[in-house]
Design a protein around this ligand. Structure first.
Ligand code: SF4
Ligand code: SF4
Ligand code: SF4
Length: 395
């Protein structure tokens, strides 16, 4: 650990090489923070890497697992004015590599979704689309391929038609047929992209079908299967959870070959953690991601992007309030990213400076917890977060 010293003018002299090693320019500004007696320097660098955009909160399905079944948020679409503001902001984020169109709403129902994707691709950024697959007809498949979407993640919460219909209220055959159309269109156009991913929310009622998921992924040519646990918003979903406090065996896994150009590679199966543990790590913050809501409001993650209630790992009902760090219609993304509050919030999350409410003796009666606040002072609190445990996951 290098020793630093202040000079006669109370200026701290940082060691030689400090800037070069971190690719920080010497004229960078810092926030000077203090946490329990430690001084912390946060460089103000616009180094966000990933942007999640929620084009709409509307959807053409009504899944039992969805936050939309309990929230009081409006059903609304991002205006093109807000989207243009967002696009104008991107030039100030030089480390940005990918935009993910997803959220609690179906992106492909937005009337200007293709225009949005085109605008992002014109800025040479990679695009992922997360979808329920209902609108993926031949024309949509051609458009997504031609626009250069390189990842498409489709939710398939059942391998049997009746299981899928029971969870999502739609017809599995229609989704599978749409995926086949996508694959045929890719072949006709000689394109290997978008690479297909399957998202599966594991429940008591569909877990027996997990073993068949790799077979389905193989038949559909999916290169990735992402399995998540359910975040229970209702009592009904609470009875469907598979994770808990005690260590339990992970889901069994398998693999499948996927054709990639001249080679064949193995598909990737990503499984969630199954029990509450000591280790906590936030993928949104680690990936340097930003979430943009339908109205341009900026949140650090999807867990804090809406107003809703859910049941924590021990069954305590919690009310989450949307946490918005300004709006792209008021301030550029870079300024929001480097703002004091957002920089400090990310630092608190990286250090995971939050209590562990599920392990606290007051967990059943604490009012702070009920409001998603914590007793260590920082609000909102990440103390109960199932995303940070890797129990619940996003594409
Ligand atoms: S498809 Fe997605 S956004 Fe629509 S209801 Fe289902 S989980 Fe929610
Ligand atoms: S906020 Fe603090 S007191 Fe309340 S349940 Fe969590 S750890 Fe316990
Ligand atoms: S730990 Fe959870 S609540 Fe906190 S920022 Fe990450 S995803 Fe959001």
């Amino acid at each position: 650990m290098p020793k630093v010293k202040s000079d006669n003018g109370n200026r701290l002299l940082l060691p030689e090489g400090f800037f070069n090693q971190r690719s920080i320019s010497p004229d960078t500004e810092y926030w000077l923070d203090e946490r329990e007696g430690d001084l912390i320097l946060h460089p103000r660098i616009p180094n966000a890497r990933k942007l999640y955009v929620e084009p709409t909160t509307g959807c053409d399905l009504h899944c039992r697992t969805c936050m939309r079944s309990v929230w009081e948020d409006p059903e609304a679409q991002m205006t093109m004015d807000t989207f243009q503001r967002l696009m104008e902001s991107l030039k100030d984020l030089p480390s940005l590599t990918r935009v993910v169109f997803t959220g609690f709403g179906e992106p492909l129902t937005h009337p200007h979704i293709l225009e949005m994707i085109r605008a992002v691709r014109q800025r040479d950024l990679a695009v992922t689309v997360g979808s329920n697959g209902l609108r993926l007809d031949g024309q949509m498949a051609r458009d997504l391929i031609r626009l250069g979407v390189d990842r498409l993640v489709i939710s398939v919460d059942g391998v049997k038609p009746e299981t899928y219909a029971g969870t999502r209220g739609g017809m599995l055959s229609q989704i599978l047929n749409n995926i086949r159309i996508l694959n045929e269109t890719k072949s006709q156009l000689g394109s290997l992209t978008p690479a297909l991913g399957i998202e599966f929310v594991a429940l008591r009622s569909n877990v027996d079908e997990l073993a068949q998921l790799t077979g389905l992924a193989s038949r559909l040519g999916a290169s990735r299967v992402l399995v998540s646990n359910v975040l229970p918003y209702t009592e009904e979903m609470r009875s469907e959870i598979l994770y808990g406090y005690e260590p339990r065996p992970p889901f069994s896994s398998g693999s499948w070959p996927v054709k990639a150009d001249a080679w064949v590679m193995w598909g990737i199966l990503e499984l969630p953690r199954m029990y509450w543990g000591a280790e906590r790590r936030c993928r949104f913050v680690q990936d340097r991601a930003i979430v943009v809501g339908w109205d341009g409001g900026i949140s650090p993650c999807y867990a804090l992007a809406h107003n809703y209630s859910y049941f924590a790992v021990d069954g305590r009902k919690k009310q989450v309030s949307r946490y918005v760090l300004w709006n792209v219609n008021e301030m550029s993304l870079a300024e929001i990213w480097m703002s004091e509050e957002y920089v400090r919030f990310r630092s608190e999350v990286r250090a995971f400076h939050f209590p562990s409410c599920p392990n606290c003796d007051l967990r059943e009666s604490c009012d702070l917890r009920e409001r998603n606040e914590g007793c260590w002072g920082w609000n909102p609190s990440c103390a109960d977060c199932l995303w940070a445990q890797d129990i619940v996951r996003c594409p």
